[in-house]
Every structure is written in C-alpha cells, then in structure tokens.
Design a protein around this ligand. Structure first.
Ligand code: MN3
Length: 198
C-alpha cells in the first residue's frame, strides 16, 4: 500500500498570525507531499531490487528511504502537534514527567526553544521519550535522519527547515520558534506520551 499525504487537521489559515496561510499551503501541499512521493518511490525501487536481485543502487535507495520516510513521519507528527485551539500547557502524566526530567515546564520550554534555534542548517527540535530508560529528552535532529537517537519515540516535533518560516520570518528563526510555541497542542503531546508509557 503506498503511503498517502494526510490532510491538515485544520484550515490552512487556522494558525494565523503565528504561521501564515501561504507557508502552510507550500509546506503541506508541496514539501510534505514530496516526502510521501519520495518514500513511495524508494519502497518501490527496493521492492524491484529484491525481485531482480540487483542491489547495485542499494545505498542510494536506502538513503532515500531514510530521508523521505523520516520527513513524512515528522511532518505528520508536526501537523498533529499544532492546533489553533489546543491545550497550551502540558497536563497529567506528561506534565509530571516534564517536572521529573527537566525540573519544570518553563525549563523544558526554554531548552526546547534554544535547541530549535541552534539546529545547524535544516532540521528539527524534538521532544522524545527514550524507551530503554523511560526518560524525556530534547534532540536537535539535522535534516530528518541525522543525530536521531535510536530507541526514542518522538512526542513533539518543531520544524526549523527554512521552508517552515522563511516566507513570513525570513532569517528570524527565533521569532518563528517563539510563534510556533504559541500554537502547540499539549493535549496531543500528552496523549502520545501516555501511548508511549503504555
Ligand atoms: Mn518541513
């Protein structure tokens, strides 16, 4: 079954003025769609390689799989993490885990914001739960696939690729990061945390 582009769970202009409609249209309809298309192509070519026994391009298609597959997964997470009318602070089990592992919500938010601004080039700031230890952590992932931490389940992803903010914020990534933090739906993040805890 080929992968499909999930529809945005709200209108393109729903996150205004923090995230503008034109950015959302380009980001979802062109960029995210491109990752879905690339993931399907990589899976198809890997299937053909298994059928023919010709693995001469295995390195290329494996890299394409990691790049487009990670892009698809993290964009789907990112759209779901945002909402025009979501819960604006963590609650329940997630709030307790944030207190335990970061000291306070304010400290976690400060670290998340600093991490998002500091990502080198294109990438993501990600709040994740590390399965082997059960601890929360904040990662700065370059592109989608570099500096990932095996065993960690992403709960919240902040897109800091230039396509996520350049139309409205140009080079002011810090302004964009402050804005996107205003539209996080912590109910979504909390539900993902509870699912990870099991
Ligand atoms: Mn993006």
């Amino acid at each position: 079954m080929p992968h499909e582009l999930p529809p945005l769970p709200y209108a393109y202009d729903a996150l205004e003025p923090h995230i503008d409609e034109q950015t959302m249209r380009v980001h979802h309809d062109l960029h995210h769609a491109g990752y879905v298309k690339g993931l399907n192509a990589a899976e198809q070519r890997l299937l053909e390689a298994r059928q023919s026994g010709d693995f001469s391009l295995i390195k290329h298609w494996s890299r394409e799989l990691a790049f487009h597959g990670s892009g698809h997964a993290l964009h789907a997470l990112f759209w779901s993490n945002l909402s025009p009318d979501g819960l604006r602070e963590p609650s329940g089990g997630l709030a307790e885990a944030i207190q335990r592992d970061f000291g306070s919500y304010e400290a976690a938010k400060s670290q998340l914001q600093a991490a998002a601004v500091a990502v080198e080039g294109s990438g993501w700031a990600i709040l994740a739960r590390h399965e082997p230890t059960g601890l929360l952590e904040i990662l700065t992932v370059e592109k989608h696939q570099d500096l990932a931490h095996w065993g960690s389940v992403p709960l919240l992803a902040l897109d800091v690729w230039e396509h996520a903010y350049y139309l409205k914020y140009q080079n002011r990534r810090g302004d964009y990061v402050r804005a996107v933090l205003n539209v996080i739906d912590w109910a979504d993040v909390g539900a993902r945390y509870q699912a990870a805890v099991g």
